[in-house]
Design a protein around this ligand. Sequence first.
Ligand SMILES: [Fe+2]
Length: 369
Amino acid sequence: MIPTFSVTTRVVSGLGSLALLPDELAALGARRVAVVADRGVIDAGLLATVLRPVDAGLIGVTVAIDPDPDVAEAERAAETARRHRCDSVVAVGGGSALGAAKAVAIRLTNDEPIDRYAGVGRVPLTPAPTLAVPTTAGSGSEVSQVLVLHEAGRPEELVVRSPGCEPRTALLDGTVLRGLPQAPMLYAGLDALSHGLEAQWARRGSSFTRALGIAAARDVLDLLASAVDGAASGRNAEGGNDDVLQSLLEAACAANMACGNSGLTLVHALSTAPSVHLPHGLQNGVLLPHVARFNSGFSPRAVTELVTELPRLYETVGFAERFSPGSVGRAEAEAMVTASTGHPFRANNVRESSDEQLRGLLAAAGAEL
Ligand SMILES: [Fe+2]
């Protein structure tokens, strides 16, 4: 397979860049905006801060999104935006809100329910223009074509991926991370670290994805402990750690530019089971060192060097490379293996894996098999 590489989202990045929001919306031709935002971001008052420069008359409606939205929640959000005759979307939050916002943008221009477009390249009409403001340094969803919804009863997540589903503009301002608590800061950072390293293990990788992914992983390794410590100590909240937060936000974005083109691999293949109710970044953070060991004979030298730094980071931030007792029992572990079966992320991993090898990997990570 010949790899391809493209990043079509315009990235506006820098401390204070939120002030450019009105200009960027004007450039998109936005006249009536649906704001799709993480409920926690709204409740914390952060949405009001983000939207402060925007003329209130431009906003048609605001929709709150809970973590891990399903098809019904995305459809409700889309129906609200359609009812208010919105022509564009502003997405504010982490991966869940940004994913739901992509569903809203798709449904503003396409008439079928969002699950009809599951798969790759199945969205017929270009979604409404979307501007994304990520409030975690993790998913990198602000530059990806992918939206993920969680459907109870399905063995896998519901994934829609189509060219044009990526936000037109991503606005990265590290000041939005000032109030992010310690745990979501850590889990999001571990997700971004996984994205950067998995791009190195991807069969569909290229020199472009490897360069971006390795630089992003390097930055996360260097910055995450400071960001997590700043969340705990209050230094982030006081604005004393803004440069670190800005760089971390950019690293998470770059990591997705890498894995969005190379595809993900074994860590994310195992962390896609909807029945495992642990934060996405926590699952990836636990699995990452185990997958790194599994892939060790197949990894480029630059990756091997970075992986040797994982224990130091984990010790500094107080994160164990094992699931806590009772959190991943036999049913959850089997669901993880089942979700990975036939999954393109598993097939994309540089080393082939049997179900038995994956059960061994999960057992080493603390799953009770
Ligand atoms: Fe992820």
